[in-house]
Design a protein around this ligand. Structure first.
Ligand code: SER
Length: 613
């Protein structure tokens, strides 16, 4: 039977790659663990960066999964037919195993035999070549070999057909993208010729280069100071958009009409007085993303992920206002209810956190409604002072600070016989957008691939801290959360009361003693049951059902710590330097939080390797 529903497509993908010897791993949370450089998991490859850089994966060299992703770079496109803030990415990876030929064969087989897409409706693009790397004739030839005719193969430059490195340097390579015909009439051409007729559904990246700085290049680097060296471990990194694939298979014109999204659209419509598809879609997209983000542990705030969440909820409420939907604290929870109904059977955390999700949304909705009221007051004042026109900066201020969509300002101004300087608004809006985009890019490019020396050392220090806390406070201590930036570690753990100064000093001292002992660190691979039997601690139990890596810190005289973890870690504790607890505070009921720093460790570190018996 043709897998048509979203659930069936997801399952068919995982089953297909399992049948091709891939280990199916559970998706990671939306908030990356131990990666300070990005706010959200933006692609399936994200949680796999250490393995793409050579760390061994407990699941082997062939991996596949379905990863929930959040991308805020595309937020202004949301409301069109295909862009979503939260989407599910189906992905398969070769970690130094198969390469172009097999990846293309498997992609083609899945598309045409499992999804039964007629090959006439498919087109592909490959890299057209430049000074850094040749035209990817090899990939094109494999497409021809499976039966894609020459005129369905387009060749495009780096901007379209190249992926990575995620930071300034690191693994990257040409990609080949697969497209489905959405044009009118019979399929013709390819995305190089008639781009708008084709919708991208899948991307196979061939990570065959390492982008490196050329030696002796100066401080401020330009593109020409980098070279593309062939990589020793060639990887394949693929990503298929589940919602887009579901839309084309279900024969609907946009992702909001698919089986899992349509009921959410309908629910919004129930409350709306005005029909406006774009605003309806924005509400659906933003509340759905918010539900998933809250379920992964974030609450609205003014920093980092919490700020993105706040903006999503507020934008959704602005759109609700456009549709004349009441927003008195009950609207967003009612949309969340249907999101959970549609996705809770796949993402159990949505069901577990249903109450937190509803409460967080309701509080934010109420708070924002108050801000809107204040905005109206501000508007009245501005109107009183304006002669004929509300200037662009004021209109933007109303938008940015009080959440007034331009349309609302225009409508209210009109009622008073005033104009709004739209052009001025657009200039102010663009300036703001460029600033926030630059911020997002910086954040993103900062080092996805950059599992830097500092974060690796802090990551190992976190294991030492975890072990030391259990030794000083007792075995009730379990990790409740961890977040590492290049400057500090933050560790949340279960413990009912404030730690005494003596306990803090004891823990700090134990960690420093473990560092001074210069313990070696290595890992071995076992399964969750085996890891439990050997008393390894760890929070990854539900995420890795098969094989896990257990990192051991210690020597034959003393094992200091044993913890399930994906790595990487430093090879010896002496590389960490000295450890200092900066703060001990409450995180939530029954959970304490420690912030700590390290200093004076090695500038370059070796990473811990597998322990050979
Ligand atoms: N990392 C690639 C992408 O995001 C393939 O998944 O498109």
């Amino acid at each position: 039977m043709l897998p048509l529903s979203t659930d069936k497509i997801r399952q068919a993908y995982l089953d297909f790659f399992a049948s091709k010897d891939h280990t199916i791993i559970p998706g990671a949370p939306l908030v990356p663990e131990n990666d300070p450089t990005v706010l959200f998991t933006t692609a399936g490859m994200h949680p796999l960066v250490p393995y793409l850089l050579g760390e061994s994966h407990p699941g082997g060299k062939r991996i596949a999964d379905c990863q929930r992703c959040v991308r805020t770079q595309d937020i202004d496109e949301v409301g069109d037919i295909s862009h979503l803030t939260l989407f599910e990415m189906l992905g398969n990876w070769s970690l130094g195993d198969y390469f172009k030929e097999e990846a293309i064969q498997m992609s083609f087989e899945f598309l045409t035999e499992v999804l039964e897409i007629p090959k006439e409706k498919l087109a592909v693009t490959c890299f057209c070549g430049d000074d850094d790397a040749p035209k990817d004739e090899e990939a094109a030839n494999y497409w021809k070999a499976v039966g894609i005719p020459e005129d369905r193969i387009g060749f495009l430059p780096k901007k379209d057909n190249w992926w990575g490195p995620a930071g300034q340097t690191g693994p990257c390579g040409p990609d080949t993208e697969m497209f489905y015909w959405i044009g009118k009439g019979d399929p013709h051409g390819n995305p190089e010729k008639n781009e708008d007729d084709w919708l991208e559904i899948w991307n196979d990246v061939f990570m065959q280069y390492n982008k490196k700085e050329e030696k002796d290049s100066k401080e401020s680097k330009e593109e020409k100071d980098f070279v593309f060296e062939p990589l020793a471990q060639k990887n394949v990194d693929t990503g298929m958009g589940l919602e887009r694939t579901a839309a084309v298979l279900q024969g609907v014109s946009n992702v909001y009409e698919t089986d899992r999204m349509k009921p959410i659209m309908d629910r919004v419509l129930l409350f709306a007085d005005i029909k406006d598809e774009r605003n309806q879609r924005i509400i659906v997209d933003h509340i759905k993303a918010s539900v998933f983000i809250i379920a992964d542990g974030i609450t609205p705030s003014n920093v980092d992920q919490g700020y993105v969440l706040r903006r999503l909820i507020r934008r959704a409420i602005r759109s609700a206002r456009q549709l004349r939907i009441e927003h008195d604290g009950t609207f967003t929870p009612l949309i969340a209810e249907i999101v959970i109904e549609q996705y809770g059977h796949i993402y159990g955390n949505l069901k577990d956190k249903e109450k937190e999700i509803r409460d967080a949304l309701s509080i934010e909705e109420l708070q924002f409604s108050k801000t809107l009221k204040e905005g109206i007051k501000h508007f009245e004042k501005v109107v009183g002072e304006a002669a004929t026109k509300i200037d662009g900066v004021t209109a933007f201020h109303l938008y940015d600070t009080y959440g007034f969509p331009l349309e609302l300002t225009k409508e209210m101004a009109q009622e008073r016989g005033l104009d709004v300087d739209e052009q001025g608004f657009n200039i102010a809006f663009k300036g703001h957008q460029e600033k926030s985009r630059a911020g997002a890019e910086q954040r993103f490019s900062g080092g996805l691939a950059d599992q830097s020396t500092e974060t690796t050392k802090l990551h190992t220090a976190t294991h030492l801290l975890d072990a030391a806390l259990r030794k000083v406070l007792g075995k009730h201590v379990f990790q409740k959360g961890s977040n590492i930036t290049a400057e500090r570690l933050r560790f949340d753990f279960s413990h009912g009361e404030k730690m005494t100064p003596e306990q803090i000093a004891q823990v700090e001292d134990l960690v420093n003693k473990a560092i001074e002992a210069d313990f070696p660190i290595s890992y071995h691979i076992t399964d969750v049951k085996g890891a439990k039997e050997e008393d390894a601690i760890g929070v990854f139990d539900e995420r890795y059902d098969n094989e896990v890596k257990v990192y051991v810190v210690g020597n034959d005289k003393m094992i200091f710590s044993k913890e399930i973890c994906g790595g990487p870690h430093v090879a010896r504790t002496g590389m960490i330097g000295s450890f200092k607890i900066k703060k001990e505070e409450s995180s939530s009921a029954g959970v304490r939080r420690i912030k700590a720093t390290i200093s004076g460790g090695s500038d370059e570190v070796e990473v811990a390797q597998e322990h050979e018996e």
